[in-house]
Ligand binder design. Structure first.
Ligand SMILES: [Mn+2]
Length: 351
């Protein structure tokens, strides 16, 4: 065999191996409604911008509209419907004042994607800034420390191996022991309890899951290491899509707690306008429908501003709306127009 032929065979074998790895690895996220799907769409585009070699999977619950599912299908390789699992641990959730966290138990379904050998789960409120394909070299369960309690990992980014057996054990564990914080982070930390002590390779560097919120943030370090951040995580209640966006000057109104990350929030919105906005339409629920009405470079009408504000408030409060009936776009729009058109004296005598 000539050296050239041998080299060719080696190249072919390497390429075959790589192709197989690419098929067996996937990024996975979860969305439970149309508003969170905005995050999932921007996240997928951020992964593509970072030129990932791996597939993208999105888990959706029944709360995601048909129309939004079509948009998700355009950018995700696989869209998988899962049922909402509640922690039914109302006391713990109330303690956290985050009743919406119960839904994050749905995350456990990611272990059922057994067509893949290894996956990285990313919350849909994450934004990938640099290629992170090297994460697939890590083992289950690899994650970055949580800023509030660094002996716990943050469950917004983690490497895992899909397995029906693990899924079963996790759900049984959840039923038996609950979760110390009522959400998936407490549960996963209880289950993978040796994470903090046993294997340092399972500690991802913090740059793979940097929390954007200022009171959780070591600001001088944020400034110093900003260029090294690989994944920014908008943990907490304030999400980029909840920030008011000025379509005329193309900038979001960044709350004071986030000014250190203003350029990265601007990046989220730039990706949103480059890749997501034009594919939205007003039949979508919540903020997705409201944002579809934005026109860059144009000032919004009072009605549009009022509608946007209402949708942001709804999303903030995580209120359940009836998107097809009384709370549908057309009805809310009509109500807003009536309110804005009514003269001030109309309000006299009403509380
Ligand atoms: Mn999150």
């Amino acid at each position: 065999m000539t050296p050239t032929t041998w080299l060719d065979i080696q190249t072919i074998l390497t390429l075959m191996l790589l192709a197989q790895i690419h098929e067996n690895y996937a990024w996975v996220t979860l969305t439970t409604n149309d508003t969170y799907s905005l995050g999932a769409l921007v996240l997928a585009h951020s992964l593509k911008r970072a030129s990932t070699a791996y597939q993208l999977v999105v888990l959706v619950t029944p709360g995601v509209s048909e129309c939004m599912r079509h948009r998700l299908k355009e950018v995700y390789d696989i869209i998988q419907e899962v049922n909402v699992m509640n922690s039914q641990d109302a006391a713990n959730l109330a303690l956290l004042a985050r009743p919406e966290l119960g839904v994050t138990f749905t995350k456990l379904h990611c272990w059922r994607l057994v067509q893949f050998e290894k996956c990285v789960f990313l919350d849909s409120d994450a934004l990938v800034l640099k290629n992170c394909d090297e994460l697939f070299e890590r083992e289950e369960l690899s994650a970055a420390p949580d800023v509030s309690w660094p002996d716990c990992f943050n469950s917004g980014v983690f490497v895992y191996r899909p397995s029906l057996e693990t899924f079963d054990k996790l759900t049984k564990f959840a039923v038996e022991y609950g979760s110390f914080d009522g959400g998936d982070q407490g549960l996963l930390n209880q289950y993978f309890a040796d994470w903090a002590y046993v294997d340092i390779h399972k500690h991802l560097p913090f740059v793979y899951n940097v929390t954007a919120y200022a009171s959780y943030c070591y600001l001088p370090a944020f400034k110093h290491f900003k260029d090294k951040i690989k994944i920014l995580h908008f943990a907490g209640k304030m999400k980029p899509w909840l920030m008011h966006y000025n379509a005329q000057n193309k900038t979001p109104s960044v709350p004071s707690q986030y000014t250190h990350a203003a350029d990265l929030i601007q990046l989220w919105w730039n990706i949103f306008f480059d890749n997501v906005h034009q594919r939205l339409n007003r039949s979508m629920a919540g903020l997705a429908g409201a944002l579809s009405q934005l026109r860059l470079g144009e000032q919004r009408t009072d009605e549009q501003e009022a509608y946007d504000l209402l949708m942001r408030r709804q999303a903030w409060e995580a209120g359940q709306m009836d998107y097809t009936g009384l709370d549908s776009f057309d009805n809310i729009w009509k109500k807003i127009q009536e309110t804005l058109q009514s003269k001030p004296e109309d309000g006299i005598g009403t509380s």
